[in-house]
Design a protein around this ligand. Structure first.
Ligand code: GRG
Length: 355
């Protein structure tokens, strides 16, 4: 069965919700179309990408460039006494990466017809936190990996102490960026506080770090009588470890874009569902993709005997789960107009990505 996320043939922008009683994944659908039609525009403002034929790959490339330029300009200059420390931060941060979290943040603000560009420092903060988590996850005490984003991992290049500090530096820099004034788009102080609080929760013990702790306990020496994880336990680890930051990225764009309660709730559901889809696909890619494509080791989950969706469900059911989450994400956006089309396309991309 083909599990690609599809767009119904009779309606360009809506997709049958997973919860719909008659829903059959893949039924009454045409193949995934990544080209964005004329109705897909990023803004109604004249001269701003209106009525452009856009491709999700083009959209991603454009946003990736903007995020990378902003990251470059927001990092402290790598000269002076801190040269080595800043170089280690730059090395991992600018080594590539899909920049999904900052792009989701910008796209969530765009869904609310808010101009995204002034929000780049907030978006970059999310990428700094994500890169910190990758550096620390690769350390010998954690996953002990040698390759990340196609280059040697931070500790391989700079040594363990410098890698730990590069991660710490990026985490702290993120909160500096989140709390620095935004010249072109002042966000109300109470919204800024909400953003900072929300991200702090998402990446702390009730989020990413907590998920990592559960993950390590589940496979590590603290579990000598380790029983295979149940699906709901695996799901919980993923929601904390990967889903929380992805959801917070969408919520950051939502708050910065001025979402009302209903819009915020809908965007939160979208974030949770694509967070889930993202991790399920990550598990799949660990089995099906090669290391050169991913820029990191593959097959490591199976080698460690880790619980993953493919290990618990098999490949077919795992693909269906990813598709279901993508469909649920897109249906959560039904209250939004065409300004949310980039988010819809991003959900399709996340489900069908190959790296
Ligand atoms: C060590 C505090 C701490 C946390 C680690 C998120 C995490 C927790 C570790 C990352 C390990 C990992 C491979 C998780 C699976 C999902 C994931 C976050 C993949 C990497 O994200 P991508 O694909 O990477 O967005 P790029 O390089 O494209 O940014």
């Amino acid at each position: 069965m083909d599990h690609e996320l599809r767009r119904p043939s009779n309606h360009q922008d809506s997709i049958t919700p997973a919860s719909h009683p008659g829903h059959q994944p893949g039924a009454n659908c045409q193949p995934l179309v990544l080209r964005i039609s004329e109705s897909y525009c990023l803004t109604d403002r004249p001269g701003k990408l209106q009525n452009l034929h856009m491709d999700i790959k083009e959209y991603l490339a454009d946003r990736q460039t903007k995020v990378e330029q902003a990251l470059e300009s927001l990092l402290p200059p790598d000269s002076g006494p801190l040269t080595n420390h800043i170089e280690a931060m730059r090395y991992s941060l600018l080594a590539g990466g899909k920049r999904i979290r900052p792009i989701l943040c910008l796209a969530a603000a765009e869904a609310l017809s808010t101009s995204a560009e002034p929000l780049l420092p907030l978006a970059c903060a999310l990428e700094c936190i994500h890169t910190y988590s990758l550096i620390h996850d690769d350390l010998p005490a954690m996953d002990d990996d040698d390759l990340r984003r196609g280059v040697p991992t931070s500790h391989k290049k700079f040594g363990e102490a410098a890698a730990i500090l590069a991660g710490d530096g990026l985490l702290s820099l993120a909160f500096e960026l989140l709390t620095s004034p935004l010249p072109d788009n002042p966000i109300r102080a109470e919204d800024r506080l909400r953003i900072v609080h929300n991200i702090a929760v998402a990446v702390g013990p009730r989020g990413m770090v907590g998920g990592q702790a559960l993950d390590i306990e589940a496979e590590g020496p603290n579990r000598p009588t380790a029983k295979p994880l149940k699906l709901e336990e695996l799901h919980r680890i993923h929601c904390y470890k990967t889903g929380a930051l992805i959801t917070a990225a969408v919520q950051t764009g939502a708050i910065a874009g001025g979402a009302d309660q209903r819009q915020y709730a809908a965007l939160s559901v979208y974030g949770q569902q694509i967070g889930l889809a993202f991790q399920i696909v990550d598990d799949l890619l660990d089995v099906t993709a090669d290391s050169a494509t991913l820029g990191r080791a593959t097959g490591s989950d199976a080698a460690r005997g880790k619980a993953t969706y493919p290990a618990l469900l098999g490949l077919e059911k795992t693909r269906s789960k990813a598709t279901e989450a993508g469909v649920a994400a897109i249906s959560a956006l039904e209250i939004f107009d065409h300004h949310a089309n980039p988010l819809r396309e991003l959900a399709r991309y996340i489900v069908s990505r190959k790296r």
